[in-house]
Structures are given as structure tokens and as C-alpha cells.
Write a protein that binds this ligand. Structure first.
Ligand code: DQA
Length: 151
């Protein structure tokens, strides 16, 4: 994989509530704080990074389609509850063929059975689950080309 230059971070429903929402699962970092850390890292690397959160499935589908028109070359996505339900978002990612990493703050495999199924994982380059907000940063490092010598 070549280093990415135009990265989009997508957040699904209820992630706007990070920091107050079930901190035992999702930690205390707010979405703003996560976004700021990612933006600072991207800036230091000289890479464009945009973030988008929505509680609306269609808006996320539209944003994925828009990413192709914008020349986005890597997506980091936490589809949140849509992970387990959204064929529409899966189809959008398959259509645009932009490589992506699926991130979950919590370890979905240590939780309810309905969270074990993802409509995204088989299309993803990889999945990071259970590392809290650090997961986004590790996904970004991968996108930037660091730490994947064999990829
Ligand atoms: C989540 C896990 C999902 O099962 C859940 O619906 C979320 C967040 C996570 O980041 O751990 O909203 O994607």
C-alpha cells in the first residue's frame, strides 16, 4: 500500500455523544478530542484529513460517495450500530473501492452476540476493536504508511 494523502474519518450514530455515552464501553474522550488528535497528526504528516459524523444512514452513504468525487484515498470508519445492520453503507464502500479500516472503540467480540457480526469487516483492510480512541490513531498511522512494512 502506498501512503495515503487524502484521508476521511467517518463516525456513525451516537458517536457524537462520546465522552458521556457509556464510558465503560467507549471511554471518556470526546469526538472533538479524537478529531483534534487525528487532525494534528495528519497536519504534521502533511496529509489532508476530514472528519464526518452522522446519525443518519443515508448521510453516511452520501458522504462515502462524495469521497470518491473528492479523491479520498483512505477511509477510517467506525460505523457504530450500522456496523451490524447497514448493507447500504457496505455497498457504498464496495462501490467507491476506497481502502478502509474499520474501528471500534469497544471490543465488540466481548459484548452481545449481535455485535459480533459486521457488514464491513470482510471488505476492510483490517479491523481494530477494543483499543478505545487509540484505535483511530493506529488506523491513521497505517494510512500514513508507518508500521506496515509487509503490506
Ligand atoms: C461501536 C460498537 C457498536 O456495536 C456500537 O453500536 C457503537 C460503537 C464501538 O465503537 O465500539 O455505537 O462501534
Amino acid at each position: 500500500m502506498t501512503a495515503s494523502k487524502n484521508i476521511l474519518v467517518l463516525h456513525g450514530p451516537n458517536l457524537n455523544l462520546l465522552g458521556v455515552r457509556e464510558p465503560e464501553h467507549y471511554g471518556l474522550a470526546t469526538l472533538d478530542a479524537i478529531g483534534q488528535r487525528l487532525a494534528a497528526r495528519a497536519k504534521a504528516a502533511g496529509v489532508a484529513l476530514a472528519s464526518f459524523q452522522s446519525n443518519v444512514e443515508g448521510d453516511l452513504v452520501n458522504r462515502i460517495q462524495q469521497a470518491q468525487r473528492e479523491g479520498v484515498d483512505f477511509i477510517i470508519i467506525n460505523p457504530a450500530a450500522f456496523t451490524h445492520t447497514s448493507i447500504a453503507m457496505r455497498d457504498a464502500l464496495a462501490a467507491v473501492k476506497i481502502p478502509f479500516i474499520e474501528v471500534h472503540l469497544s471490543n465488540v467480540f466481548a459484548r452481545e452476540e449481535f455485535r459480533h457480526r459486521s457488514y464491513f469487516s470482510d471488505l476492510a483492510i483490517g479491523t481494530i476493536s477494543g483499543l478505545g480512541s487509540k484505535g483511530y490513531e493506529l488506523a491513521l498511522e497505517y494510512a500514513l504508511g508507518a508500521g506496515h512494512g509487509s503490506a
